[in-house]
Ligand binder design. Structure first.
Ligand code: PLP
Length: 374
């Protein structure tokens, strides 16, 4: 199996730890260990020092799985497999389910591994392309219908979507499930930005709605705890769970005991942490909306439905990758150009989850003024 370079991760590898103004990040503001422990009593913090640092259970700590299962309506703890972050479960799931010659459909644009692993396995991929109207980005279910083939084994969704922030509503999931059921197709839904709905409509987990649905969750994004490297897959399909556990024997075997301990604390305080992060996003969005209104001939911005990121058009006469390169070199402001997603046109991804958003945006504005873009 030969994997192509992961364009987004290669780009971040170049700048993420050197550029001071990260204006494109998709993870929410993180916190110190002490801040996380503060959600619990002092007794709990002391337990950390008593933690046994041997191997942990392959499927994930049963207590952690129980807490994760409480996020769902229908998924018991035995139908969850805890993994390292979200990248490992994407890789493992695709390897478990897919074979050369299978046909898959993937939303597009999307986080690269969601189709690239299938590509490296020799699958045929059709892309369900995003569209735009006067309300912003959307995915047309009639387009999806046209892509279905008799050998379509899997539909890959990412909702809320990276990079557009589009989030399917329950009724849309139901339509997609109806199409899938007729064709006996699995649905993998990357839901790493779930819990940050900005339009007031709480989305269900796909695994709760469909017997052949797989939900991907993680601590990295909506919770801002990427350093824990804890994610999970949830599905009603027992057969898949068994295969995923066996696949994990070949990747990480088990999870970090410390991370599982800390993930339990975070998930017990799920609502508090998600509300904290939603507040940061909403405050930054109001700053951003003033900015985009001020320069409304340069930008085309639509507020995302959910999550910390949006995909913005900029009206310039140069390639978006050249613009972003100049910006990061001159001002240390990092934006993610659309070519990273193989998406045409002058778009960039902006992230609203960080506390220094105002400062980063100010630096961006300075760049625009100094270089006569406005
Ligand atoms: C949609 C999506 N899925 C998965 C991942 C990988 O997440 P993790 O860093 O937790 O492995 C990302 C990271 O950007 C993402 O945007």
């Amino acid at each position: 199996m030969k994997l192509k370079d992961f364009k987004l991760e290669v780009y971040f590898g170049k700048y993420e730890f050197t550029a001071p103004y990260l204006l494109t990040q998709s993870d929410c503001e993180s916190m110190k260990l002490a801040q996380l422990l503060n959600y619990e009593s002092e007794e709990k913090s002391k337990e950390l020092f008593d933690l046994w640092l041997g191997y942990t259970e392959v499927q994930g700590d049963p207590e952690l799985r129980k807490i994760i299962s409480s996020l769902y309506d229908t998924i018991p703890e035995n139908n969850i497999v805890v993994h390292s972050g979200a990248q490992e479960p994407i890789f493992n799931f695709m390897n478990v389910l897919l074979e050369k010659g299978d046909h898959i459909i993937s939303q597009f644009p999307i986080y690269q591994s969601l189709y690239e692993v299938a590509n490296s396995l020799g699958c045929e991929i059709s892309y369900w392309n995003v569209k735009k109207n006067d309300k912003g980005w959307y995915f047309d279910i009639n387009d999806l219908k046209k892509l279905i083939k008799p050998n379509t084994k899997l539909i890959v969704l990412n909702s809320p979507n990276n990079p557009t922030g589009y989030a399917f509503k329950k009724e849309e999931y139901e339509e997609i499930i109806e199409i899938s059921r007729k064709n006996n197709t699995y649905i993998f839904c990357d839901e790493v930005y779930k819990g940050l709905e900005l339009d007031g409509i709480t989305r269900p987990w796909l695994a709760d709605l469909y017997e052949k649905g797989i939900s991907l969750g993680v601590m990295s994004k909506s919770y801002g705890l990427a350093g824990l490297r804890i994610g999970w897959l949830a599905t009603q399909d027992n057969n898949l769970i068994e295969k995923l556990i066996k696949m994990k024997h070949y990747t990480t075997i088990c999870n970090s005991a410390t991370s599982e301990f800390l993930a339990k604390i975070a998930l017990k305080h799920s609502d508090e942490i998600l509300n904290r992060n939603k507040e940061i996003i909403l405050e930054n969005l109001s700053i951003a909306e003033d900015f985009f209104n001020k320069y409304n001939s340069l930008f085309e911005f639509y507020r995302q439905m959910a999550g910390p990121i949006a995909f913005v058009k900029i009206n310039i006469d140069e390639k978006i990758e050249d613009f972003c390169e100049k910006l990061v070199q001159n001002k240390g402001v990092l934006l993610l150009p659309a070519n990273i997603y193989d998406y045409p046109g002058n778009y960039f991804r902006i992230g609203f989850g960080r506390k220094n958003f105002r400062e980063s945006l100010f630096k961006f504005e300075e760049f625009l003024i100094e270089n006569n873009y406005v």
